[in-house]
Design a protein around this ligand. Structure first.
Ligand code: IPM
Ligand code: MG
Length: 342
């Protein structure tokens, strides 16, 4: 039976780069069916509901979800993100947000010393807890005594499974980045889960770093890193650092996974980029590489590798958009990748 991919282009450049990725993936002739769901800010602004229950059902019924970007400068209500990204990540329990960063070409590195440039690491971001649950509240809003409480949540269930996933994909080492000295309660729970995971994987080198030191070392000596696991907000920040080191957000893919249920939602690390939406400058490579992660997940490892290699080669040959040193439009850069796939 044909595998079905639910496609949510979303907002801004998501509506440009996701059709580009779908065009390239569709050209591989894998018999995938694409079901486009038009959820997004436009709908939220008009009706207050960005994603209907019926559409959510189409997402949950699909074999994978490919998502562009959620975010629109006209929408400030946090309910919008909660109804879309938050609902998909939360209700499908996609607890591991896997964000690889690999330098496709030397010239894209911000580091001057060539020996320090190579980047090939994966940030595994806890994706369902931390600071992202909306737990908390506001006391005496609008007064000088206004007080906001934004709760950090870490559970034994949530932390142990995401650390286990990090160990399961380690090639050379796992780093856990945290802030136990300033967040002792969460820190102690993460420490317990870390000690258990280390005992379960005695052969895998592992070390702990404070989150700030980790951020620093990622920039000063990126080749030292393989897999980095961190709580939700720390992982959000580290994955943007990783994307910057690997040439920018225009190239950075991500997978939101539940390795237990096999569910997956795939979205580039970048957002909707309203500043360049509609100009033809959006880099389709992040979305195409995100498609490669999706194909590997759907059981097409050879095609996934071919897609990743084609995207990397196009970037190396500067057949890409200006953010990665080329002069092509979104459409031309997409065609450059497609041409390499024959
Ligand atoms: C990301 C984004 C989102 C996040 C925003 C849009 C809520 O920054 O996927 O990294 O912080 O999870
Ligand atoms: Mg982010």
């Amino acid at each position: 039976m044909a595998r079905r991919v639910a496609v949510v282009p979303g907002d801004g450049i998501g509506r440009e780069v996701i059709p580009a990725a779908v065009r390239v993936i569709g050209g591989l002739g894998l018999g995938l069916e694409f079901d486009v769901v038009a959820a997004g800010a436009e709908r939220f602004l008009a009706t207050g509901q960005a994603l209907s229950d019926d559409e959510f059902g189409r997402l949950t019924d699909a074999d994978a979800i490919l998502l562009g970007a959620i975010g629109d400068p006209r929408v400030t209500d946090p309910a919008y993100t909660a109804q879309t990204l938050g609902r998909i990540r939360g209700e499908l329990d996609l607890y591991a947000n896997v964000r690889p960063a690999r330098l496709l070409d030397q010239r894209l590195s911000p580091l001057r010393d060539p020996g320090r440039r190579p980047v090939d690491l994966v940030v595994v971001r806890e994706n369902t807890e931390g600071l992202y649950t909306s737990l908390g509240g506001r006391l005496r809003p609008g007064t000088p005594a206004e007080t906001a409480l934004q709760q950090h949540i870490s559970t034994y269930h949530g932390v142990s499974r995401v650390i286990a996933h990090a160990f399961s994909i380690a090639r050379t080492e796992v780093v856990m980045a945290g802030k136990a000295n300033a967040m002792p309660h969460a820190g102690a729970l993460w420490q317990r889960c870390w000690d258990e995971a280390r005992a379960a994987h005695p052969g895998v080198p592992a070390r702990q770093l404070a989150i700030d030191a980790c951020a620093l070392h990622m920039i000063t000596d990126p080749p030292r890193f393989d897999v980095i696991v961190a709580e939700n907000c720390f992982g959000d920040i580290l994955s943007d650092i990783a994307a910057g080191l690997a040439g920018g957000l225009g190239l950075a893919p991500s997978a939101n996974l539940n390795p237990g249920t096999g569910r997956g939602m795939f979205e580039p690390v970048h957002g909707s980029a309203p500043d360049i939406a509609g100009t033809g400058a959006a880099n389709p490579v992040a979305a195409i590489r995100t498609g490669a992660l999706m194909l590997a997940h759907l059981g097409f490892p050879a095609e996934a590798e071919a897609l990743e290699a084609a995207a990397a080669d196009a970037v190396r040959c500067r057949e890409c958009t200006p953010d990665a040193g080329g002069s092509l439009s979104t459409g031309q850069a997409t065609a450059a990748v497609a041409r390499r796939l024959g």
